[in-house]
Ligand binder design. Structure first.
Ligand code: SAH
Length: 349
């Protein structure tokens, strides 16, 4: 590793900031030695804030019905081979009850942009979860909605919102989405959520088609400036029924490298080792945690629908019951020296 790269890593650790050009250089300088040094520094920073604790979020995949047609996503509206479903309020409440019993104190409701979930319907569900489980956080990941909608959901008790920015480069964004979707609107949503008092998560896929070191540098700069409470990054994984079916998946190495850099940019950020990372490598999530991540998201959806929420091919954790999924992840975390805790897991500021 040359002196200049070493100096960039030191600057990043100390000032939590680099220029766009420096981020690009650091991305291009990835090798076994730079990755190991970044991971070591990221793990130390994470440890100083969160110890060996890993937070769990119970993921409830509420619907795979979506009005959008994102080119990378398996539940895009034009995929005729997708077997569509939506959970009823009763099913969602059953998932939450099971999750609470298993020690989850955050529930993440994620789904396609399904018009069934009007503000009234979704607010009712959020209110019900919050009244049954006042010690739990409710995170929504239901895509782009109006400012008024986000405000109503916040009033109903939603604590957090995950909306990956997908890429901070407008031209790149437009190559991943159909013309009717707008980069500017996605960014407006993220800023609006922040103003409404949500803990906000952004994020992107690693290795998406047309991604370059330049676009990734823009993602890192955006994270540095936006300072999200949460940041979801995982490898792009192709889905057989999408236009990107023949595009190669992102790599574990680059995903872990970026996890380390993001930890150093924004030390307290809540950073999941994602299911996509576990999909492309059997120990992907353990490697993510060792690179600086501190969150895992076991699946709490009813087993009957899990295979249908197929954003990408070969998604893991679709066969087992929720309890098995949580036990499996707990054991995996322990195998690398961490422990899963029963806690809302808010960001430590
Ligand atoms: N409708 C919600 C939830 C989308 S699914 C929303 O718009 O936010 C959650 C995330 O899965 C997406 O933000 C995207 O980054 C990721 N995703 C979708 N397709 C993927 C694929 N083929 N490979 C990896 N990640 C994918």
């Amino acid at each position: 590793m040359n002196e200049y790269i070493l100096s960039l890593i030191n600057t990043l650790s100390e000032s939590h900031s680099l220029t766009l050009e420096q981020y690009r250089t650091l991305i291009d300088a990835r090798c076994v030695a730079t990755a190991a040094l970044l991971a070591e520094k990221a793990a130390a920073v994470r440890k100083s804030i969160y110890g060996n604790n890993v937070y769990v979020r119970g993921l409830i995949e509420v619907s795979n019905i979506c009005k959008n047609d994102c080119l990378y996503c398996g539940i895009r509206r034009s995929n005729r081979n997708c077997d569509r479903y939506r959970l009823s309020k009763e099913q969602i409440m059953e998932c939450a009850a099971e999750g609470y019993r298993l020690g989850f104190r955050t529930f993440v409701l994620q789904g396609g942009e399904d018009s069934y979930y009007t503000d009234d319907v979704l607010c009712d569900i959020v209110t019900d979860i919050k009244s049954h489980y006042p010690d739990c956080a409710v995170t929504l990941s239901m895509g782009e909605r109006s400012r008024e909608s986000y405000a109503s959901l916040r009033r109903a008790g939603a604590d957090r919102y995950l909306l990956r920015h997908e890429t901070a480069d407008k031209v790149h964004y437009e190559s991943l989405h159909p013309a009717e979707m707008s980069f500017d609107n996605r960014m407006r949503c993220l800023h609006g959520l922040r103003e409404l008092g949500y803990q906000v998560g952004c994020g992107f896929m690693v290795g998406s088609p047309n991604q370059t070191a330049e676009t990734l540098a823009e993602d890192l700069k955006f994270i540095e400036e936006f300072k999200p409470d949460m940041c979801g990054i995982g490898p792009f994984v192709p889905h057989k029924d999408t236009p990107f079916r023949d595009h190669p998946a992102g790599t574990v190495e680059l995903t872990c490298y970026l996890l380390s850099i993001i930890r150093l940019i924004h030390p307290p950020v809540l950073l999941p080792a994602t299911t996509a990372l576990g999909t492309i490598h059997p120990e992907g999530r353990e490697m993510g945690i060792q690179s600086g991540a501190n969150v895992v998201m076991p699946n709490l959806s009813p087993v009957s629908v899990r295979k249908k929420y197929e954003l990408y091919d070969n998604k893991i954790c679709t066969g087992e019951e929720s309890a098995q999924c949580k036990d499996c992840l707990s054991a995996r975390m322990e195998s690398v020296g961490y422990r899963v805790v029963t806690d809302r897991g808010d960001i430590k500021k």
